[in-house]
Design a protein around this ligand. Sequence first.
Ligand code: NAX
Ligand code: K
Length: 503
Amino acid sequence: MKIFSAEQLKKADALTIKNQNITSEELMERAASLTTEEIHKRIQNAEIDIKIFCGVGNNGGDGLVIARLLIEKGYHVKVFVVNYTDKRSDDFLLNYERLKETTNDWPEYIKDEGDFPALSQNDFIIDAIFGIGLNRPLEGWIANLVKHINNSKAFILAIDMPSGLFLDRILKKEYQLISASFTISFQTPKLVFFLPQTMDYVGDLQVLDIGLDREFLNSEKTNSNLISKHEARVLYKPRKSNSHKGDYGHALIIGGSYGKIGSMVLTTTAALRTGAGLVSTFVPKCGYTILQTALPEAMVITDKNEEKLTNIDHSMDPSVICFGMGAGKDQMTVQAFKKLLQATEKPMLIDADGLNMISENKELLEFLPKKSVLTPHPKELERLIGEWEDDFDKLKKVEEFTKTYDVILVLKGSHTFTCAEGNIYINNSGNPGMATAGSGDVLSGIITGLISQQYEPLAAAILGVYLHGLSGDIVAENKSYQALISGDIAENMGAAFQSLFAD
Ligand SMILES: NC(=O)C1=CN([C@@H]2O[C@H](COP(=O)(O)OP(=O)(O)OC[C@H]3O[C@@H](n4cnc5c(N)ncnc54)[C@H](O)[C@@H]3O)[C@@H](O)[C@H]2O)[C@@H](O)CC1
Ligand SMILES: [K+]
């Protein structure tokens, strides 16, 4: 699903109104009635106090329509108008009049701290103060109102987006914004819903299709995309019935050191479970028996050294090389890695200590094969590209890095971002149970397994990240977040592939 900027969303609204020959007020009614249906579905006529805070722009207008429709369904609703300016949008005014016609209980006005209502944690609060029209940080009594709402500990539903959040920048900590329990957003999600610094303010997310102009949504260019099942599915390449293992490539997985051979087992299992035709591993001698025992399907070649990699002499022509898991950073290993990079032309996958070695020996960067996939977690990324001011600055630096070295960066996190060629693909599968040792090793194996099967490295990264999350979701459903271990993610790749096409 494409992710648009505020300007693009406004353009989409305007085009929809024109092409569907409707008024902006009808579009607002549509968005708000779909939202009301969702609320009704969830709270099922519960006897709770619903308190709706409405701004005086169109986000407030949405709030007024939701209030009217909820009152018509018999809910107990109290509306507060957050009077941050004397100007009102036309659709706010129109719906203000309509609300008055529906109920004799006039909305209360909030003009300063003295007007703040008492809130209880049993209230159901709807935040319709600001949406995509916010143009400066919240200040004065409005900021205090947001603090008051957040402090209530009530359930907060944000309409379109939490008030105070910007779509294109991160505010300094001192500024207030609504910390929502749930956000219902219109048509397309917003980038800030997925950034580590802002995602917590959004709570659970639901995006409602409000029927904006299809033509615009399909043709408008954007560089951010959310990858859900539909987007992942189109990347999948079915297997021909007339095929043999040679068609699915030969993956060579290199890494491990004394005490860290387990990471190699995880990566190798994942590459096999993802469908690589052949998988060989290259490990220090101490890994031989472990890998041969754990994975009879894999071939094992060893370094001369017992405990670490010193000379990667493989004399093969693998379809893809994956390097770094558990490799350590010994100087001899750095030299072996350098030689490997110099001798490799095909895109590689580089993870863990492979990335750390590059960060500590920046001269290695110039030998990176083009289109290689690098999979750093946040600390590894920081070592690689340096510190960033905030998440937007990070994305800018990541873009520069991927363009300079012509590589694909997979930024691992609760929402993993795959970045290449100025584009961002945000993953929408996975769960907190996957924050566990070895989860990244499994991801490396999955992506390697896909590249081995002739997926383009970028497609392999996007699909691999999605399948990794999907497998984790399947495991968590059966085992809980706590009991999920990374080997389970590799073992359940079969269920993940099946689930990719199950609706
Ligand atoms: N345009 C449309 O057709 C639709 C719009 N919708 C809603 O409309 C929203 C956007 O509405 P608006 O563009 O009216 O903008 P908002 O309602 O988000 O903001 C209203 C106004 O607040 C003022 N403002 C901004 N920052 C402020 C601050 N820090 N302190 C005080 N005042 C400030 C600005 O003058 C701005 O125009 C969307 O988020 C969505 O909720 C939906 O109804 C769907 C259809
Ligand atoms: K809002």
